[in-house]
Design a protein. Structure first.
Length: 579
């Protein structure tokens, strides 16, 4: 979700309470379209990140710092001249416009107190950071916009600053019921679209939320609502606006399949069935959302080659298994040839030379049977021929049994590697997965691999509501470590039944494990499996002492003959993860 007017109102509220009265101690411009201001206030130090990047414009408090370039850009030098050491007197936002303004008091060269404004426009590719003097004349901007670039508004030193045209949208914070009804409800558009195209700063997501809270279909034509529905819609809308005017924000992050999906500064009741996390600070929410998004995107990009290798290997193994199973099916007639040979040896003494069939009783089922013969061979030679065919198919079946078992194990291993790629969190996890692919021949071994420094990647560590440590393997090597190195005989082991997934261990440490911890460990096993998107997953669990690893088995492969099962919802939102 892009920054909408409500999110910016939340940021303005937070910055006003935290930074107003503080002094700007340091200004750097680490990127061509980005500033970081270090501000000291009430014996605390804060960093304010301001970005006008086309792909990710934002304003938030951050704990991270970036190196400043060797030579400060011109805009940074101008800011240092007119704002360094200045006092922040407040933050403002016109209506719900996607514009945030910071007022700074600073003494000029003559020692006179001057008031300046730093205006941040958060409008996608049109975002900008503009520095103004007292009469709203532009001193400079981080992006200079000439008439050749935009015929609507020039952003150049000496020009008067004004907010870009809002396409004649109304201010949602001040609109009354009559104007709302004539502005929004008169349009023959889907209701949610009529809302966000008529009112400043409202995103389609918030418009959908307003419709949901009003129990009105978002695709209903706005102009077709009756008088009662229109009044109810306005009162629902006004309730949200009142929360914004009073600063009653609830920054919330929503997850889909464990991945950050959306965020908002108000609770989204339309997302009520999704996993969510609330934040005290909107800056923390923004850092968490974009940080996690960036991490997942980066891991997916870096794992693309591994995912392609695994997919190709799975497809190859699946084709191999299909051919092997067809060949195995062809060997099922071997017993027929053995019986033919035995019956010919039993009844063939009475055959005339050149006979083409033998008609007799099959003494295995007492049914008549007709056996084809080669008329050029004697009965004994025909019997040998059928025994040879039987022995050949028997040898083929014996060999195929081993091959099919090996191919099935290979597919199972690849499925587990594929699941591990889905839950990998960093480069070290990918290195372990790559090493497994090399070790088992899915990737050709390179000379440099043996010289590469071994990665350090640890299993996930959770703590149950009852204080029990729970460890989760993220790949086959970690599953091996969790099950056979970290766990002792009295610890409990969990795994999603008959599907790729992580091994989960609950460290009992001699204590009795309560039901709630069993449920949480089961939820972790369900979540970190290929069934995480299912409503419920069956999970096997047993004591670690019941696990066995066959000789020569691949990493993470275990067998067990004594176990219990439980049905688990793959929801781990309430389980605390240790860093």
């Amino acid at each position: 979700m892009a920054f909408d007017g409500i999110t910016i109102a939340n940021i303005r509220n937070e910055l006003d309470s935290v930074l107003t009265g503080g002094r700007i101690a340091k200004i750097i411009q680490p990127e061509p379209d980005e500033l970081i201001l270090t501000i000291k206030n009430n014996s605390n130090q804060y960093r304010l990140l301001i970005s006008a990047g086309a792909s990710l414009p934002l304003v938030c408090l951050t704990a991270d710092n970036k190196p400043a370039p060797m030579n400060a850009p011109n805009f940074c030098m101008l800011m240092r001249k007119h704002a360094a050491g200045g006092k922040i007197t407040g933050f403002t936002q016109p209506g719900l416009e996607r514009v945030l303004s910071m007022t700074i008091e600073h003494r000029d060269e003559l020692g006179d107190l001057r008031s300046r404004r730093l205006v941040v426009e958060l409008m996608g590719k049109y975002s900008n950071i503009i520095f103004l003097n007292e009469d709203d004349t532009i001193v400079d901007s981080i992006k200079r916009i000439s008439f050749n670039i935009s015929s609507v508004r020039e952003v150049l030193p000496g020009r008067k600053y004004f907010i870009p045209d809002s396409q004649q949208k109304a201010d949602p914070l001040t609109i009354n019921e009559e104007d709302f009804l004539t502005t929004v409800c008169a349009k023959q558009l889907p209701l949610y679209k009529a809302i966000y195209t008529s009112l400043t700063g409202l995103s389609p997501l918030i418009a959908e939320e307003i419709c949901h809270r009003a129990s009105l279909g978002s695709d209903l034509p706005a102009g077709d609502l009756n008088a009662a529905a229109k009044t109810h819609l306005f009162h629902t809308f006004e309730g949200i606006m009142e929360d914004i005017r009073s600063g009653n924000f609830q920054p919330t992050l929503y997850f889909k399949d464990g991945v950050p999906f959306e965020y908002a500064s108000i609770p989204l009741r339309s997302f009520g069935d999704m996993e969510s996390k609330s934040f005290d600070s909107v800056s923390e929410l923004i850092r968490s959302y974009y940080g996690e998004k960036e991490r997942i995107t980066r891991i997916r990009q870096r794992s693309a080659d591994l995912r392609k290798i695994v997919k190709t290997a799975v497809e190859h193994s699946a084709r191999t298994l299909s051919v092997q199973e067809k060949q195995m099916h062809d060997t099922e007639k071997k017993e027929k040839f053995r019986i033919y040979g035995e019956l010919i040896n039993t009844y063939g003494y009475g055959l005339e030379p050149g006979a083409k069939t033998l008609e007799c009783i099959n003494y295995y089922d007492n049914e008549p049977i007709s056996i084809p013969l080669d008329p050029t061979l004697t009965p004994g030679e025909n019997a040998v021929h059928y025994f040879d065919r039987y022995n050949k198919l028997k040898r083929t079946a014996d060999a195929l049994t081993d091959r099919i078992e090996e191919t099935e194990k290979e597919i199972d291993q690849l499925d587990n590697i594929s699941n591990a790629l889905q839950i990998a969190r960093d480069e070290n996890d990918l290195s372990q997965i790559r090493q497994e692919l090399v070790d088992y021949g899915f990737i050709r071994h390179k000379q440099t691999d043996s010289k590469r420094k071994k990665s350090v990647s640890k299993p996930l560590h959770y703590v149950s509501s009852d204080g029990f440590d729970i460890y989760v393997g993220k790949n086959n090597y970690q599953n091996e470590e969790v099950s056979f190195k970290m766990a002792s005989g009295s610890d409990w082991w969990f795994h999603a039944k008959k599907m790729p997934g992580s091994h989960v261990i609950v460290k009992a440490n001699g204590r009795e494990v309560p039901d709630r911890t069993f449920e949480e460990a089961g939820a972790l096993a369900a979540f970190y499996s290929s069934g995480k998107n299912a409503p419920k997953v069956e999970v096997d669990y047993t004591l670690k002492k019941n696990l066995r690893k066959p000789n020569g088995a691949r990493p993470g492969f275990v067998v067990y003959y004594t176990n219990y099962s439980l049905m688990c919802i793959p929801d781990i939102s309430g389980i605390r993860e240790e860093s």
